[in-house]
Ligand binder design. Structure first.
Ligand SMILES: NC(=O)c1ccc[n+]([C@@H]2O[C@H](COP(=O)([O-])OP(=O)(O)OC[C@H]3O[C@@H](n4cnc5c(N)ncnc54)[C@H](OP(=O)(O)O)[C@@H]3O)[C@@H](O)[C@H]2O)c1
Length: 277
């Protein structure tokens, strides 16, 4: 049976994607940069290129993302696309990020353009900011201080649940949808961080508030958390775009592709409530 290679298979989107593909009766090869622990896992390191050819040799289609922490995503992903092209991969779905196409020189956009020109059957998905950031990246401030600390002012974001991104990716990998299209993926509503804090407080049963911080404070916090300086600067840059209102747009792509309305923030907060208790 045909196999689908999932890069980032043990991560936020990838772990949901593996389940979504298995529910559709597909065999999955789970890529990992760690030592392989199960017969469904395959070793693949995007930084060194180790395992690329072997992993792609066993697959008919693939899902590709850039692991966080790397500001030059093109340096990380370009070799994967070249190898997929050489291997004659049947289809490649690339997860980029909403807004990446605004700047033709950005590493993510250059990766999208390389894929579009590759001759492979492709789709690009560009999700907005994930709801799951509140139980991962922003969790420390929420747990320790009851504060969401971000430099985003009162701007709103149409946050998307990573589980909906995974459903979209699964449909694009196995469904009849046309290749050669890019989709901006968002949730069904745009909320600011005060509104997010209200929803989290309700589920957590404790007082959680949003406090705006300056970009300089944000950068210092990211560096103190051990992020590489260029990646911390990249995150700060795109948080600045959030503050300017670029994360507010709402699209209907999730419902169009999956036939299901995307999850609301309240659904996410209920399902992940244990994270903030
Ligand atoms: N968070 C957001 O709001 C947001 C919004 C839009 C777009 N995005 C995009 O989403 C992507 C991240 O997705 P995610 O949150 O699902 O990722 P994630 O949970 O951080 O998982 C990424 C996975 O990549 C694997 N990995 C790490 N280093 C690797 C390497 N050198 N080679 C191969 N695999 C490696 C890790 O698994 P192993 O340890 O098993 O290798 C990890 O589980 C980023 O590209 C980001 O730009 C994020």
């Amino acid at each position: 049976m045909s196999k689908i290679l999932v890069v980032g298979a043990h991560g936020t989107v990838g772990s949901s994607l593996v389940k979504a593909l298995q529910r559709r009766g597909r065999q999955v090869l789970r890529a990992t940069s760690r030592p392989v622990a199960s017969a469904d896992d395959v070793h693949l390191n995007l930084v060194t290129g180790e395992g690329l050819t072997a992993a792609l040799r066993g697959a008919d289609a693939a899902f590709l993302l850039a692991p966080p922490g790397h500001a030059d995503q093109h340096a990380l992903l370009g070799g994967f696309i070249d190898t997929a092209q050489a291997a004659g991969l049947g289809k490649l779905v690339l997860m980029s990020a909403m807004g990446a196409d605004a700047d033709p020189t950005s590493p993510l956009r250059r990766t999208e353009l390389q894929l579009e020109a590759s001759g492979l059957a492709w789709n690009v998905i560009r999700p907005n900011w994930f709801m799951q950031n509140f139980n991962t990246f922003w969790l420390h401030g929420i747990r320790e201080q009851g504060r969401i600390l971000l430099p985003t002012g009162a701007a709103r974001g149409s946050f998307i649940d990573a589980r909906d991104i995974a459903e979209v990716a699964a449909e694009l990998l196995v469904g009849d949808l046309q290749a050669g299209q890019a989709f901006d993926l968002t949730g069904p509503e745009a909320l600011n961080h005060d509104e997010v804090a209200v929803l989290l407080s309700r589920e957590a049963g404790r007082d959680i508030r949003y406090t705006e911080i300056s970009p300089e404070q944000m950068l210092a916090g990211l560096l103190a958390a051990g992020l590489p300086p260029d990646y911390a600067a990249f995150l700060n840059l795109i948080l600045g775009y959030f503050k300017l209102g670029h994360a507010e747009r709402i699209t209907d792509a999730v419902a169009t592709i999956t036939g299901q309305a995307p999850r609301r923030f309240a659904d996410y907060a209920r399902d992940f409530r244990d994270a903030w208790r």
